[in-house]
Design a protein around this ligand. Structure first.
Ligand code: SF4
Length: 234
């Protein structure tokens, strides 16, 4: 079980610095004002993105939605036609099956409308917490914290959480992050994880939020630690 660390984080400053670094615009602007996205396509695109690089997800999503843009079209399509279109993503055969089951379940349960409720989303085939939270944030502009590997890793490096799984990180973040900051957390930390706070080699020396980061402060101490401590020993 994670030990509460009750970090004090100046969220406004952290989010300002990251959005300025990655030129994402003002995170205070309601997300859907500048990023209107179709909830169905967010849902299917997020299923496609699991364990796949963004560029490949984008290629597969564009090809799929150009031919089959709606739940009706995906549900009625031949599975092998979907497989061919989404081949750039990993596990494309399993994902083709998942997205068809998901489209069919939506048609059965809601007439094709994507729910804006976490539990209803989680009841759909192939939909886990990260996907459901992505639909809430990117499809509906509702406060939620989708936790992928980047958000999980960076939250631990920052010292916000000490957790072993993205699900645990999500639960902990929801307790400690004020709700008004939930929406920008995923897009900004994902950018940070793809650029500076990389999985194996975080570039702490270039990081604008280092002073608020447990790992960054440790990096700083190593850099400025007593010179010559080791030099007097044989
Ligand atoms: S200081 Fe280093 S570990 Fe911390 S957020 Fe920045 S890059 Fe990541």
């Amino acid at each position: 079980m994670s030990r509460p660390v009750a970090p004090r984080v100046p969220w406004e400053t952290v989010l300002d610095r990251l959005s300025s670094l990655y030129h994402t615009g003002d995170w205070r602007v309601p997300y859907l004002r500048d990023h209107a996205e179709n909830p169905f396509q967010v849902l299917i695109g997020t299923i496609l993105s699991q364990r796949t690089r963004d560029a490949n997800t984008d290629r597969a999503s564009a090809a799929l939605f150009a031919r089959f843009p709606t739940p009706e079209a995906i549900a009625a399509a031949r599975t092998d036609a979907i497989e061919r279109l989404i081949r750039p993503v990993g596990f494309y055969r399993a994902k083709a099956q998942n997205i068809q089951e998901c489209a069919r379940a939506l048609l059965l349960e809601t007439g094709g409308a994507v729910p804006d409720d976490l539990d209803a989303l989680l009841s759909l085939p192939g939909v886990g917490r990260k996907t459901a939270n992505c639909v809430l944030v990117f499809g509906y502009g509702e406060p939620a914290i989708p936790v992928d590997t980047h958000v999980h890793r960076i939250s631990n490096r920052l010292g916000l959480v000490r957790t072993r799984s993205p699900e645990e990180t999500e639960r902990r973040l929801e307790r400690i992050v004020p709700r008004e900051y939930w929406i920008p957390i995923n897009p900004l930390l994902v950018q940070h994880g793809q650029n500076l706070c990389r999985p194996h080699t975080p570039r702490c020396g270039e990081c604008p939020i280092r002073e608020f980061c447990r790992t960054g402060r440790a990096w700083e101490r190593r850099r400025t630690g007593p010179v010559g401590r080791a030099t007097g020993r044989g």
